[in-house]
Design a protein around this ligand. Structure first.
Ligand SMILES: [Ca+2]
Ligand SMILES: [Ca+2]
Ligand SMILES: [Ca+2]
Length: 329
């Protein structure tokens, strides 16, 4: 331990042990999001699995009771303040459908989520994406799944399903990422699709054949894309609208998170050296099934939060070395 610390000083890294925050999550269905739930300006960790939803205050092990305890079979949760009150609301996808929960926290009181009465077509959804698709200043809701829908936010009038006015390509959507104001969607049964924002609520669907059918997850890294498939993780470089596949970053097909300009996967951080090159730093403490980056104190230095294969929730602090930022392990 002392030797490791000394070595750390010598080579410029600052080892910090992984902090265990909680356990008992189902690793097969676990996922993570970060959002400021209690309105104090600092993000909470939202963790879900088939065993339910838990919220932890600002990177601590302190649970926040906010009325989500009864929700079961969660597939994914996407935070977004759709009603402009400064409090983060949630789109929650479960095995029984999609729900919108409004954050009804009032001053000096605990946050409390209330399920809204929104008509959402029944379906199997995998991922919700809040986007102001028509640029009217209010977040609208994409629900990506076997039959994707778009719910327009009509303010006090609620949400309106307008999927007939959006050029959804038929396919089983798995995940999506925003590339500027464009939406990229990956599918289990067809190649990816780029939905190009033509402004005023008009979009044009373009095949992204460079993303194979069956891709598992997608994330934007600056204006490029990072795609995870069963055979590994690779970048897709965006050359001003022309897309070019880069070399495999890793054969691992684990959870991934974008950390500033780098990529975190289970067991490693891949530093972005520029020009499409990534160098690997092993992080053995990271045995993750779900990963997220969170900057808890808004100092520009993000920490990593993971659900591990054993169902524990851990926090890995980001520390600074002599030349490069380093990951604690
Ligand atoms: Ca907070
Ligand atoms: Ca809100
Ligand atoms: Ca809108």
């Amino acid at each position: 331990m002392i030797f490791a610390a000394l070595l750390g000083i010598l080579i410029g890294f600052q080892p910090a042990p992984a902090v265990k925050l909680a356990d008992g999550f189902d690793p097969a269905s676990a996922g993570l999001a970060a959002a400021d739930i209690d309105g104090d300006g600092h993000p909470e960790i939202i963790v879900w699995s088939a065993n339910g939803v838990k919220v932890y205050k600002n990177g601590s092990a302190r649970p926040v009771d906010c009325g989500l305890g009864a929700i079961q079979d969660v597939i994914s949760i996407t935070p977004g303040d759709f009603n402009h009150d400064g409090l983060t609301d949630l789109a929650i996808l479960t095995k029984s459908g999609a729900e919108v929960w409004a954050n009804r926290k009032s001053k000096f009181e605990k946050p409390k989520f209330e399920k809204l009465n929104v008509f959402i077509p029944e379906g199997a959804y995998n991922k919700a994406v809040w986007v102001d698709y028509d640029h009217d200043g209010s977040l609208d809701l994409f629900l990506l799944g076997d039959k994707s829908v778009l719910l327009r936010n009509d303010g006090a009038a609620g949400f309106t399903d307008i999927h007939n006015n959006f050029p959804f390509v038929a396919g089983r959507a798995v995940d999506g990422a925003m590339l500027g104001t464009d939406l990229v969607v990956i599918y289990s049964d067809r190649p990816g699709v780029l939905y190009l924002d033509k402004m005023s609520g008009r979009y044009e669907a373009q095949d992204l054949n460079i993303i194979p059918a069956g891709a598992k997850s997608i994330a934007a890294l600056d204006l490029d894309l990072i795609v995870a498939t069963d055979s590994g993780i690779f970048p897709i470089f965006n050359r001003r609208g022309t897309f070019e596949r880069g070399p495999l970053i890793t054969r691992s097909s684990s959870a991934l998170a974008i950390v500033d300009h780098d990529i975190a996967v289970s067991g490693s951080i891949f530093r972005n050296e520029g020009s499409g090159h990534f160098s690997e730093t092993k992080v053995p403490a990271l045995d993750a099934v779900a990963l997220i980056t969170v900057d808890f104190d808004a100092d520009g230095r993000a920490d990593l939060v993971a659900v591990q294969h054993d169902g524990t929730l851990i926090l890995l602090h980001y520390t600074w070395g002599r030349r490069h930022p380093a990951w604690g392990w």
